[in-house]
Every structure is written in structure tokens, then in C-alpha cells.
Design a protein around this ligand. Structure first.
Ligand code: ADP
Ligand code: MG
Length: 686
């Protein structure tokens, strides 16, 4: 009893029986440090041991699961170091021989009389029955076996299933009865109690209960995160020390007047949203979502103009040096004629210059700073920061927001931009703390990109076509197949293709190679040569995915297109069709599979990123689209935003009601802190 009292879910795994420093290290490598982590280390899958076969009924060539006792073990050494282990096992209905090759250590693990569960492939010859490719597990005496559904965890060499099951069992004893889901929801949805759900997810009594447990825990996870995001939003909204920008003034008007085009309706509506937020005392926390080329940059510029004409400074952060450079150029062109002082901060800026910029920034001589994330830390001192524009990968986490706030007496307005087309349901999870504006329509007069799906046999024709376009002055991208899990192979295949082309069909054409293993200087140099038109063809891995703008590039060839998600192809395709010339996208695929081709054909049919994302979701139904990680949210432990859409919507609705009631806040803070640690740091610090 005493022991129990001194141990809590937050205690180290070393408090558990059988866990010393060595095992603790093994657990740490699985991300398991505390009892809480163990309790939340849900099984990867289950083995249904309610379905043993008897040895008498084993069928040749099938995979079977049997349970019995070891009768004897023989080791045979036919020659050299070769060793065959044969264990004879009986379950009362018959005898089976378990056979292994060259696994000397096994004999010691199979004492006579030991009860084991074994699975393997059945080999029947006459009356003799053998199991090959056997995996087995010893069963302790008295352990329930028949009818059990066994959890299978993601283990490691040093941490076996047995250890995991054992410590999970121990840790489960420390779960208390507090339930973060309010009773009313539990009743309405018929959820089983939390404690029961956690026990059942690890050691289910049967498949039905397992389903219920999973359902409840997935709901709980989504509900908690929704509550967290909504509370975060509520909290931001309750802060009255945002900036109250004045109505649009001369700079915004001047920018608008100088535009060579009129804004689309969606652009106008988005800027209205932003304007409204900025003129409000409550700090803006808005996401501007719009497909590649939809014209987000000018909206960003208008917002920056608004803060600048109100006497504040603006900052715009980009994920890469090249993009920062492009933004800097665009902003300089837009703003310099109006006397706005624009500066750029990046890794390229020399120390002395950098110091100078930082100084000018601090004393208010710079109005607009453009740069890479690496260099514009929230710790860089501003004189009067009014607006921060960033991209989704680097949306301000809760943490950064807090830092920003510490820097000044007020909270600057924040605009996050994204070109990732996200289905609405998913946007709820990922951007629950932000208000969202969308630009859905493209500026008028764009020539839609023409897209073709082609087989390998068309390659010669495709290259001829590229050469023709280059002769007309255009440029082309060739993207090499994406080989999952191996950047190294990606690089090799891009390099090989590059060499093949420059020594062959493109020998008279200036080609460049771009891949992720190059130093960022080298990458920038190649990219710059392509931007300036020195290079006609850029052979690259997916590193070009990020929003670079080369209006003269009109061809995009994607090799091994079937390996890409539609959303990713869409992002890639967004690199072309940015100028006045007709653009072409050719998706090359070896695949003969109808499904793969059907999927790619969607690219021929539509250029709507949202539609493509939905199709991706339907067809692939899994994390291929993108992880939640880049959005700064904690990883989901059990829910799946693709499969659990219905649960998510329900969780969102309940969360909206729940956060209105202060008595729910503390349990939510507590649970978030306990389970997701620093991801929700700021609200949980309250
Ligand atoms: P995004 O940042 O959303 O990918 P950009 O802001 O770079 O898109 O816009 C792409 C191109 O479209 C730019 O050259 C921009 O000048 C132009 N553009 C933006 N808005 C309009 C509009 N309303 N009408 C015509 N062209 C526009
Ligand atoms: Mg404001």
C-alpha cells in the first residue's frame, strides 16, 4: 500500500518492479519515461488467442496457432556449425514438431513441461506434423490463456513483449478515477469509464469491449485537443492588450492603387477579415489559406502596409532562404516607392551587416523585416512589432507566442499563411485555435495547366517536347521519383537521371541538379541560376516543392508519379503555370495498376487543390497526405484524423460547449499537461 502511495502516473518507469537503469534506457528509446507514458503506450495490434487450433485439426500449409507443453527438445548438428532444433509439443489432441534452424540459444528457453503458445506454418507429412518458421512465447503457469486477446506493442531488442505487458499491467494499477470527459457526455454517448477503457485497450476481454475502449479513447483524445485549442483561442481573445490598428490609410490605398490588377472577391473578403481583426483590440490569430498562385502575397503586403502606416513594424518569415529572398524582392518592389524601409535577414547576411540591421530594427528605423525563420527568432528585439506573418510549418506555437508577448507590452497580430489544401474536417483539428480565411478562386486570366498522365514508352516524345519549349525560351523542371524512407536513394536516382540527360539528349542544354543532400549554399546557387534563366532544365528531387516562383518555367515532368500523393503532385505542379505562357505537366508512371492510374487521372481532370486533397483522403485514407507534426500539434496516440472524422466532429461540438464552463477547464489543463507536455504549455501554465 505504501509503495502505491509514493508512486504516481508522473513517476519514473524505474519505480516499477523489474525496471532498473538498463531497462529504463531501453524504454526511453521507445519514448517511455513515466508511468503515464506506459499507460498511454497503446498496443500496435492484437493477437486473438481466443482462436487456438488443436494439433489434431492442423491443416497443411496454413498458418496455425497452437498451445501445449514441451515434451522434449533435440538438437541435431548435421555438419559444420549448422544446428537444427526440434521441440516436440503436445496439447492432448496430438503431437507437433517445432523446427528452427541455427538458433542454438532456443534449447535453454524450452524446458521440458513448459507451456508455450506457438505459431507457424503447418507441414504435414503422413502422420507427422511440423510447424516451420515458428514464433513462440512461454506462458507462465496459471496465466489465463484460452480466450485471451494479447496486446502486441511496438517493442525493441532490449524491451520484449513480456516486459511491456508486465509493466503496463503494473502501471495500470495507478490510474485514478478522474475522468476528463464530463458525465453528461459520457451518459449521452454511452462511453465506458476511462479507467475501464484504458484497461481494456491493453488487455481486452473481447473484441466488442476492445472496440468500445478504442472508440472512447479516440474520442477523448480528440476532445481534449479540441478543448485545448479552443481554450487557447479563448484566452487569446480575452487578452485586451492587442493592437487596435486604425482604419485603412494612405499606404494601404497607395498599394492598392499601384496594383496592375483588381483583387479577386476572395482576396477582398480575406483582407476584410484581416482588416477587421487588426482594427480590433483583440490580437489577430488568423490563417490565410489559399492554393498556390491564388494571390496570398499581396494580401500579406496589404496587412503589412496597414501595420506600418499605423507606426508599427512588420515581419515576414519564410521557410527557406530562396523564398525569403523572393519575398524580400516582392516587398521591396511594392514598398520602396512609398518610402518604406525594408530589410532582409538571413544566413547570408554578414555579421557586421546583421548587427547593423538588428540595431536599426530595435530603434525603429526598419519598418519591414523579411527573413528566414532561423534568424528571426522571437527574441530579436523590435521597436514596435505590430504584425507577424509566417507560414504554417512555423506557425507560432503556444510557446513562441508567449515569448513574443514577453518582448513587448502588447501582443502583435499574427497571420499564418498556408497553401496546403486541407479538407475542412482536418482543418478543425489542425487549426482549431486560429480563425480561417480562404482564397478559393484563382486570379482571372490564368491559363489552366494542361496535365497528362503518360507511360515510360512516351519518354522520347516528352523529351522532344521539352527541347521544343526550351527553344522557344521556356524552362522545365524534371522531378525524380520519390523513394520513401530513403533520401539517399532519391539523391542517387536524381543524380543518375541528371548524368544520363546531360550526356545524352540534353547535352546542348544547360541543366542543373538540385537535391536535399546539397549544402544550402549550393542549392541556393543552382536555384538562383534557374531563376535567372541561366539554366533551362532543373532536375530535382522534391526539394523544389516549396513555393518558388519562376514564371518562365512552363514544364513540369514528374517521374514515378504514382509514388506521390495527389496533394504533393499538386504542390509540385504549382511551380508552373505562373506566367503568361501555356504550361504543361507530364506525370510519368510505370505503373500498370488501374488504381494508380485512376488516381493520377484526377490530376488531369482538376486543378482544385481542395478537391485533390479530398480524393487523396478517400483513396489513400492515411497519413500519406501529411503528418500533423509540421503543424506543431502533438502526435495523436490513438485517434486517426482520417478514419475518425465522425468522432472528430462530435468531439469538436462537445468541446465547444465544454469550454464555456469554467469547471471543465482545470481537468482539461491537467490532462493536457499530463499527456501532451509542452505542446500546450501556455494554457496549462495558467
Ligand atoms: P501565392 O502566394 O498565393 O502562391 P502569389 O501571391 O505569388 O500567390 O500570386 C501569384 C501571382 O498572381 C503573382 O504574380 C501575383 O502578382 C498575381 N496576382 C495576385 N493577385 C492577382 C489578381 N487579383 N489578379 C491578377 N493577378 C494576381
Ligand atoms: Mg488587433
Amino acid at each position: 500500500m505504501n509503495r502505491k502511495e509514493s508512486i504516481q502516473l508522473s513517476s519514473s518507469v524505474q519505480k516499477l518492479k523489474g525496471i532498473g537503469p538498463a531497462k529504463a534506457k531501453g524504454l526511453a528509446s521507445l519514448g517511455l519515461f513515466t508511468l503515464q507514458d506506459i499507460v498511454q503506450y497503446y498496443p500496435k495490434r492484437y493477437e486473438d488467442r481466443s482462436s487456438y487450433q488443436t494439433i489434431a485439426e492442423l491443416v497443411n500449409d496454413e498458418i496455425a496457432l497452437v498451445c501445449g507443453r514441451i515434451l522434449r527438445v533435440d538438437e541435431i548438428r548435421p555438419r559444420g556449425r549448422m544446428c537444427i532444433t526440434k521441440a516436440y509439443m503436445s496439447d492432448g489432441t496430438g503431437e507437433v514438431v517445432l523446427t528452427w534452424f541455427n538458433q542454438r540459444y532456443l534449447k535453454g528457453k524450452l524446458p521440458i513441461g513448459q507451456r508455450i503458445i506457438a505459431s507457424g506454418k503447418v507441414k504435414r507429412t503422413g502422420r507427422r506434423v511440423e510447424l516451420h518458421r515458428v514464433s513462440f512465447e512461454a506462458i507462465e503457469e496459471g496465466a489465463p490463456v484460452k480466450g485471451e486477446i494479447m496486446p502486441i506493442y511496438g517493442g525493441s531488442e532490449s524491451i520484449t513483449q513480456k516486459v511491456l505487458r508486465d509493466i503496463v499491467r503494473q502501471a495500470l494499477a495507478y490510474i485514478d478515477d478522474t475522468d476528463v470527459i464530463p458525465p453528461a457526455i459520457r451518459m449521452a454517448e454511452g462511453f465506458i469509464p476511462q479507467r475501464e477503457a484504458i484497461k481494456q485497450i491493453h488487455f481486452p476481454s473481447n473484441i466488442n469491449v476492445l472496440q468500445k475502449a478504442r472508440n472512447r479513447l479516440a474520442f477523448e483524445e480528440l476532445y481534449l485537443i479540441q478543448c485545448g485549442l479552443l481554450l487557447l483561442k479563448q484566452q487569446t481573445k480575452s487578452q485586451k492588450h492587442g493592437i487596435k490598428h486604425g482604419p485603412n490609410g494612405t499606404l494601404v490605398k497607395a498599394l492598392l492603387d499601384a496594383l496592375p490588377f483588381t483583387l479577386t472577391n476572395d482576396q477582398i473578403a480575406s483582407f476584410k477579415d484581416i482588416q477587421y481583426d487588426m482594427e480590433d483590440r483583440i490580437p489577430m490569430q488568423r490563417l490565410l489559406q489559399g492554393d498556390v498562385g491564388s494571390g496570398k502575397t499581396i494580401i500579406a503586403a496589404l496587412a503589412l502596409a496597414k501595420t506600418i502606416e499605423n507606426g508599427y513594424q512588420g515581419v515576414m518569415m519564410a521557410p527557406t532562404e530562396i523564398l525569403a529572398q523572393q519575398h524580400y524582392q516582392t516587398m521591396t518592389e511594392l514598398f520602396a516607392p512609398h518610402g518604406v524601409r525594408v530589410a532582409m535577414l538571413s544566413g547570408k547576411v554578414a555579421v557586421k551587416k546583421r548587427r547593423e540591421i538588428l540595431e536599426e530594427l530595435a530603434n525603429g528605423n526598419i519598418d519591414l523585416l523579411v527573413g528566414t525563420h532561423a534568424l528571426i527568432q522571437p527574441t530579436v528585439a523590435f521597436d514596435a512589432l505590430g504584425l507577424v506573418i509566417t507560414d504554417e510549418q512555423h506557425r507560432f506555437g503556444v510557446h513562441q507566442r508567449a515569448m513574443l508577448q514577453e518582448k513587448s507590452d502588447w501582443m502583435p497580430d499574427v497571420l499564418v499563411m498556408t497553401a496546403t489544401p486541407i479538407p475542412r474536417t482536418m482543418a478543425l483539428t489542425i487549426y482549431g485555435d486560429l480563425d480561417v480565411s480562404q482564397i478559393k478562386e484563382l486570379p482571372p486570366g490564368r491559363k489552366p495547366i494542361r496535365t497528362f498522365v503518360r507511360g515510360e514508352e512516351s519518354r522520347a516524345k516528352i523529351y522532344d517536347f521539352i527541347i521544343k519549349q526550351i527553344q522557344e525560351g521556356r524552362q522545365a523542371y524534371i522531378v525524380c521519383p520519390l523513394i520513401e524512407e530513403s533520401e539517399k536513394i532519391d539523391v542517387q536516382s536524381a543524380t543518375a537521371l541528371y548524368e544520363e540527360l546531360v550526356s545524352g539528349i540534353f547535352s546542348n542544354i544547360p541543366c542543373g541538379l538540385l537535391h536535399g543532400r546539397m549544402k544550402s549554399d549550393e542549392k541556393d546557387a543552382v536555384m538562383q541560376e534557374f531563376v535567372s534563366g541561366k539554366l533551362s532544365v532543373l532536375i530535382a528531387t522534391t526539394v523544389i516543392e516549396v513555393g518558388i516562383n519562376v514564371p518562365n518555367a512552363t514544364i513540369m515532368v514528374v517521374e514515378g508519379a504514382e509514388r506521390f500523393g495527389l496533394s504533393q503532385l499538386h504542390q509540385l505542379r504549382g511551380r508552373i503555370g505562373r506566367g503568361s505562357h501555356q504550361s504543361y505537366c507530364v506525370l510519368v508512371s510505370k505503373s500498370r495498376s488501374d488504381d494508380a492510374l485512376e488516381r493520377l487521372r484526377a490530376m488531369e481532370r482538376t486543378t482544385d487543390g481542395f478537391e485533390l486533397a479530398e480524393i487523396d483522403l478517400e483513396l489513400r485514407g492515411s497519413g500519406q497526405l501529411f503528418g500533423t507534426r509540421q503543424h506543431g500539434l502533438p502526435d495523436l496516440k490513438i485517434a486517426n484524423i482520417f478514419r475518425d472524422v465522425a468522432l472528430l466532429i462530435k468531439a469538436r461540438e462537445y468541446a465547444q460547449i465544454a469550454v464555456k464552463e469554467p469547471q471543465n477547464h482545470q481537468p482539461v489543463y491537467h490532462a493536457l499537461q499530463e499527456r501532451y507536455g509542452s505542446a500546450f504549455e501556455r494554457i496549462t501554465n495558467n
